[in-house]
Design a protein around this ligand. Sequence first.
Ligand code: GLC
Length: 740
Amino acid sequence: MKEDDLRALMGQMTLAEKVGQLVQLDGGCFGASDVATGPRAKLGVTQADVDVCGSVLNVLGADEVRRIQDAYLERSRLKVPLPFMADIIYGYQTCYPIPLAQACSFDTDRVRDNYALVAEEAAADGCMVTFSPAVDVARDARWGRVMEMPGEDPYLSARFAAAAVEGFQGGLDEGRGMAACVKHFAGYGAVEGGREYNTVDMSERRFRQDYLSPYKAAVDAGARLVMTSFNTVDMVPATANEWLMRDVLRDEWGFDGVVITDYAAIHELVFHGVAADDREAALLAIRAGVDIDMKTSCYAANLAGLVAEGLLDEAAIEEGCWRVLLLKNELGLFEDPYRGCSAERAAAVACTPDRISSVREMCAESLVLLENKDVDGSPALPLAKVGERLALVGPYADSQDIVGMWAIHADRSHSRSVREAMAAVLGHDPAYAKGCETLLDVSFLGSFAKFAGGGSEDPRTPEELEAEALAVAAGVDTVVLCLGEHMLQSGEAGARTDIRLPDHQVALAAKIKALGKKVVAVLFNGRPLVLTDLLPHVDAILEAWYPGTAGGDAVCDILFGDVNPSGRLAMSFPETSGQMPLYYAQFSTGRPKGGSHEGRFVTGYLDAPNEGLYPFGYGLSYHSARLTGLRLSADTLRPGETLRATVTLSNDSDIAGTDVVQLYVRDLVGSVVRPIKELRGYQRVATRPGERVEVSFDITEEMLRFWRRDMTYGSEPGAFQVMVGFNSQTTASVDFELVG
Ligand code: GLC
């Protein structure tokens, strides 16, 4: 529709109809069967509210979308269609590895391609807007939602954010793709104590420096929507925060898309204690520039009254209504309210072989080999397909529940377990035993138990399960032990204070190791875990995260050496839960080790090191490689110029491999403290056996900018260090000076 016609359409709308565009309800409110009771009554919305509602939450399935759209337009006076919005976080029916795993690939080009496939699959089935990507910088593995995020580093997270938005929205103007909604704006990953929905509070400088850049990267990539976060920012809940939503998002960044709240976040302003009731909450949110009220009646029940009482200009409602209408127009809904979705189109693209293989390839780059010790003179991995007597043990060995908590719509029938995949490789079913449950006590699940695969339906006792596993292990040389977290121990509302692998799982590993076997642990989890206790009992550790639809095959691809692992950690693994939050880009402090103080009077703990067990950027491969000869094209850099850092990568082995070469920069003296290093570049570099290649990075003045003492954003002349390595603990460095 032409914009003039759209403007004329809004001119015909009543106040109630304009308010309606700012209300999002879920599918339950559109079910014909619950007219008098059910979701509408609970929400306090009326049929009249539903008839003018602006959008729908979490309804999928082309037939259902068409049914609701038809019924709605039938009753709509001005025939303004509904956009259907849903959580398509990292896959629809075909699921990719969780975002934290994908970030470990350091391959944002592949992320972009994959998310275009996700959009095609979901849009065919009626999804028009996805509440993704989630890009909250996360440095505390106690927080369950780290699984949805691209990790601890702002630079990597920003590139992931842009790639995801470009993937989802590519082709949007040709009727393909989905509009992306970046979330959770802002800073949700910094919840105190890693406790879900907890307070976030930090300096504006830290907030801008470390937490805002991924959202800005998504906005700069054209994200059409932004979702407000549950948390406070400077003691004002994001959903009512005019500084955040207007000064930063709209005025500084120029965002002109739609702002939608997170689930019921306007109503939650009452519980935050900044609104006495829903009426005041609605006023705070609309003043902050929030366009859509997700899943409450705050806007529906109060905005018109606030206008009538003179407390709110109708223009404030028209501001949001106009943005919602523009979004619908960009989605082409006035021309095709279904966006071409159909059951046939959905079936034609769902879980196709090319999608499954793209997941498998993503996995190959996302899984991280953490340990690979020598056993009898050679590395534990890769395993031999012939001649190595193998057994598969563990609660995840024969599980299809390897897609993660947000894979709500995954078609698990296309997931092969590690056991099925291994049987395909070996040509026979490997010796197998479950060994133990993921957890001995799943009471934490409560009503969620029905969503959780596995669980306590196994009639065997823990002792029987263990005895079976030890008997199976006794008959082989090598045991592949598939362990991890319960899938619902991460994701939303999945915060934990103790992030160790459960004691009973570690005990099983120890007993199998005590039989003198080679033990290879494969882990399925949604966060960095504390593996310190497991380490002595295993010869190799492959971090599989929740690898998605082809995860079982991808694990076997790596275990048997068909794929040389190249994943590198996007989030640090701690030695103990007490080290949280843990991240590489630390400040030096006044008492660093090696500084002017000695002994106990330096920054640190009495009972643990400062460093984690595995650092950001770390991961092993089957080939061996080294970096030498780091050099700069000059030792000074002027604004507008480019400095080139070059290093030689040598593959010293007889197999091809890929390394993630990482560039870090340190500002040695700033007007405020600066991290001991910050990631400013990375390249996935493939080499053939024995090959030596030059790897170069361009360094510019823009890369050195930060929020300075006077809260302006820019660089400062002075001394800098460049480090290039295979992980964030790299120290090989060269110096340069920024002048002018
Ligand atoms: C949830 C999540 C958010 C999701 C929304 C809609 O509470 O915080 O990530 O998009 O509600 O399901």
